[in-house]
Design a protein around this ligand. Sequence first.
Ligand SMILES: [Zn+2]
Ligand SMILES: [Zn+2]
Length: 299
Amino acid sequence: MSLTTGAPAADITQAFPELAAYARTTVRLHPRRGTPDVRDSHIGGPLYWPAAESWPYCDRHKDVNGRPQGPYPLVAVAQLTAADFPEIGFPAGTDLAQILWCPEWHEQPHPEGWGQACRVVWRRSDEITDVLTATEQPDPEDHWDHEWDMLPRACVLTPERVVEYPWREELPEDLWPRVEAWLEERGLPDDMFTVPGCKLGGSMNWATTDMPRSLQCPVCEAPLALFLQFDTYEWWLGTSGPDQRQDRFRPLEERHLADHSREFDASREPTGMTVGRGSHAGLFLCAADPTHPPSFFTQ
Ligand SMILES: [Zn+2]
Ligand SMILES: [Zn+2]
């Protein structure tokens, strides 16, 4: 089944041709609970992990008396293949990206403050011959109970490419106020900017903190680019505008689901994660060298 985003509230470049230069394609991942194969692209679920390679652990845990606890296995967050996502700038010779993190927040040097310390592993899939089976991989439930906000449930992906316009602070200073006034006059939502939900690439909404003044790689100072956005919700509830418009990000194929039914919740909150207190977060990579350490910003 494919999942389809609705049309935007307006063709914004008709009114603002200068926005056309900022159009980007982002990939909505449309995660939905399922049982992905170890080789597939997915969120949560087992990774295509070489049996000979030790699983990564987090050793930064202490009990209330300061005694070390753990180490605890990192959680498999996502796996993306070059076949499904040719737009990923894979390092030379690789075709598989694996993302892991510790579901607990730790102090991190970059960005400053607390957050998810992520690991991104790049592999060449045909070099992996002996694979750690799903049952041989650490079961997150043995170590982390599902109260943890950042423990993704296993989801299959249905990628959809969508054009979006970037966050307002990425536009020339005078442009956004004019766009905002134009939308407000017409009672239209700004649903052509920063696509919500889990997505690959594109631009992140920084409404909570404003965009950091510098988004630079901690190693080489090249710009950081959004790699993956994780979101608590895939789309917003309810209606907006004078014509009671449906949120365009609720897939056309799922609009018949009764509000707050089990299927509805599974469509709206598929990963079961509560990201950034019910908002979203971005995993950013160095634009010059994606093997440099990733940075994780929550909203
Ligand atoms: Zn940890
Ligand atoms: Zn770098």
